[in-house]
Design a protein around this ligand. Sequence first.
Ligand code: ARG
Length: 433
Amino acid sequence: MKQLWNKGFQPDQLIEKFTVGRDRELDLRLARYDVQGSIAHIKMLRSIGLLTQEELDLLLPALQDIADSIERGEFVIEEGVEDVHSQVEFLLTARLGDVGKKIHSGRSRNDQVLVDLKLFFRDELLRISEAVERLFRRLQSLSEEHRDKLMPGYTHLQVAMPSSFGLWFGAYAESLTDDMQMVVAAYNIANQNPLGSAAGYGSSFPLDREMTTELLGFANPHYNVVAAQMSRGKTERAVASAIAAVAATLGHLAMDVCMWMCNNFAFVKFPDQLTTGSSIMPHKKNPDVFEIMRGKCNRLQSLPNELTILTANLPLGYNRDLQLMKDILFPATTELIECLDMADFMLGHITVKDDILDDRRYDYIFTVEDVNRLVLEGMPFRDAYRTVGIAVQNGTYKPTREVHHTHLGSIGNLANSQIAAKMDAILSQLRHG
Ligand code: ARG
């Protein structure tokens, strides 16, 4: 193995394998950002006189070539190279000789990986927000489409009060707006420039950190170099919380669908080809998609916990433990987006049962409606409650089956356009922030 830090002795191969871990594979996702960070850094080095214009003119096209090879999918981290930061520097040195060795002035892999991660998380959070938005729009349009279709609402898993598919779909849409606030918060935490913090304590070179902040499109620098290094872990935990928030909502939705697909409910169904079968029971049409989604979303909710435990009580400054966060978080962003896209796809094929509440088993769903009707006719609420309660108790209750909800956010007034405006306002912080 050739290391950037090699100073004449070769570390044991077992040690290398153990410490490098999955970096060679995971770091590929950071490659484009690593080059982006290096381009900003060398432009800044030129501005403070640490590189000549001729050197910059050699380095920039060479880095651009590497960037192009990354976009073409041709970039690899070679066997024997530790990580993406080393690979980029080795490629430059192989091509340009000593000039390639100059780009690391005033830098450390500690701030390099921090920059890469922040740029990477920014993009991943944008991808997550796009997938959330797609599902949000789907849920809102289903809510409008099925606004008049009533279904039972449950408390304690006992039939409770009338609900509707408009309310149900719309509820998950609005719930996603809260999760999107977490995505925005994580984005804002990621959107700060750690470059120039070097190993975590800055540099004696007069680095222009405002310049690299601007070049990389960060909102502001992480000013204090120690705080910048501390943001490794903090940023990941914020991203994990955002992922877990979305996953909690999606997992809940998946559970509802599994339940509503159950034969005893049969409120919703999907085309046969979107269900799965049993190897022994010929009649089965199982909701495996939503079960896998529920399981994945439950696992994703453990992310903040995993990262908290991994980083709890680490000493100040860089520690190699931090590397392991990539193993935990990188697959998670992809998994969440896959789940969101799958939910969007499946819901595009959902069929909703009509006239569910005509079934006698839901008669008691109308008791509160009837109590309220008596109240509107002049009876005090507690008397009306007793009147209907006694009828239920005596088996003489006859539902009027009239549902008339008009207040904001209720069955008859879903407020979907207000919810859309709320989501748009949150999204605009990301898109123009
Ligand atoms: N692979 C390392 C990580 O992800 C890169 C930084 C290495 N820095 C160091 N001092 N060994 O954390």
